[in-house]
Design a protein around this ligand. Structure first.
Ligand code: SAH
Ligand code: SF4
Length: 369
């Protein structure tokens, strides 16, 4: 059976392929479509590290793997190793720094609640959006992740849970390094792979995409009827206050963002989560909570309040819990449910991008689009 691509073409990651794409690749090199299911199961359900060792595969599939997968062959398998694996002192948060093939590294965080775990995934190495309080924003944009590199984070989290005999992964949040809607196509392919029932089987209703407010991406999610939850990072309820924290607001102004959220809500009928990083004396007053409530009027919204995780490149301090409660009460009086996210695992630098920044002591890079 000939390899499916000439030796000099760029190797492709098997984990980048959706079920349909994998099937086409197998069929293109003479295999029958029915072999796709066995390979897919090995990749995404059994999380097999060494495909060549699968003695249970039928001989044609074994031969295909021997001829097509590996160094110098048309395909390879994504299995990034953790260059750091740190547990928080409360034992509820575990953070991995995964090293990619080009030596870039990204963070994946596993948060444990009784009987269910949530993984926080990265979608880019670095980020181009430059939010001033964010460790990832402070390091600048490096590159987009491929679908397989996003899928591999889920695989790593699952294997870590299995190794400690813990309950499986329940929820995924795309709230790690990077802006998911700036890497739209790769993220959508990854989520299609992750939610496939024949593999990892994490259903769309258990997946949340968090965006800084990339307006065209939000509208596209609605237009394409993508079934995932949406979270929008606001942090300010006036253009001036928001732009000071989120430079991307100059490109997609607050008024346009809220209009896109209204359109998304009307189109999908879904509740939107709004994220608000609470920074003492900057965006945590009762008046600011009132402005936020006015801004969201008429939207089916839930507000997630996140006390700031201090980072090296930003001087702000987190809002104290009494002030966070007062902020929450204003929202509640206006009819908006909200949650103050616990600052779990602060001792493992649990904020987005903080572990990588700490491990590599990076200087900020120039932001690239
Ligand atoms: N790029 C996306 C998703 C990744 S960031 C986005 O911005 O939404 C996920 C969330 O963590 C965002 O709401 C972001 O504003 C918040 N965040 C980033 N750095 C933080 C920090 N140091 N303290 C508290 N929240 C932070
Ligand atoms: Fe990027 Fe999100 Fe960090 Fe802003 S908060 S810099 S969008 S990762």
């Amino acid at each position: 059976m000939p390899p499916v691509a000439a030796a000099n073409t760029t190797p492709r990651a098997l984990h980048d392929l959706t079920f349909g794409e994998l099937e086409r690749a197998l069929v293109a090199s003479g295999l029958r479509p029915l072999h796709t299911r066995a390979l897919w199961r090995a990749l995404h359900r059994d999380l097999t590290a060494d495909l060549g060792a699968r003695a249970d595969f039928v001989p044609p599939l074994q031969r295909w793997i021997a001829e097509n997968v590996g160094v110098g062959r048309p395909f390879f398998a994504d299995a990034p190793a953790a260059s750091a694996d740190i547990a928080s002192s409360d034992g509820l948060t575990r953070k991995f720094l995964l090293r990619l093939n080009d030596n870039q590294s990204v963070e994946t965080v596993l948060m444990g609640f009784t009987g269910r775990h949530t993984a926080c995934l990265s979608t880019q190495a670095g980020c181009a959006m430059g939010c001033v309080f964010c460790a990832t924003g402070q390091m600048g944009f490096v590159r987009h992740l491929r679908p397989g590199e996003i899928v591999a984070q889920v695989r790593h989290a699952q294997l870590a849970l299995q190794a400690t005999r813990q309950a499986g992964l329940r929820n995924l949040v795309l709230m790690g390094m990077g802006e998911p809607l700036h890497n739209y196509d790769a993220v959508m392919t990854a989520l299609e792979i992750i939610s496939d029932r024949r593999g990892l089987n994490i259903g769309p209703s258990r997946i949340t995409i968090s965006t800084v407010g990339v307006v065209p991406g939000i509208l596209r999610l609605a237009e394409e009827k993508r079934p995932y939850h949406l979270a929008v990072s606001l942090h300010g309820a006036t253009e001036a206050e928001r732009s000071a924290l989120v430079p991307a607001s100059r490109r997609w102004p607050l008024a346009e963002l809220i209009a896109a959220c209204r359109a998304y809500g009307a189109e999908t009928g879904r509740r939107i989560f709004f994220e608000w990083t609470l920074i003492e004396g900057v965006n945590d007053s009762a008046a600011q909570a009132e402005r936020l409530a006015e801004l969201l009027a008429g939207i089916d919204a839930h507000v997630n309040l996140i006390p700031l995780n201090p980072t090296g490149g930003f001087a702000g301090t987190p809002t104290r819990s009494d002030a966070a409660k007062a902020f929450q009460q204003v929202l509640q009086a206006a009819g908006f449910p909200s949650t103050v996210r616990q600052r779990r695992g602060i001792d493992v630098a649990a904020g987005c991008g903080q572990l990588r920044a700490e491990k590599t002591r990076e200087r900020p890079l120039a932001a690239a689009a």
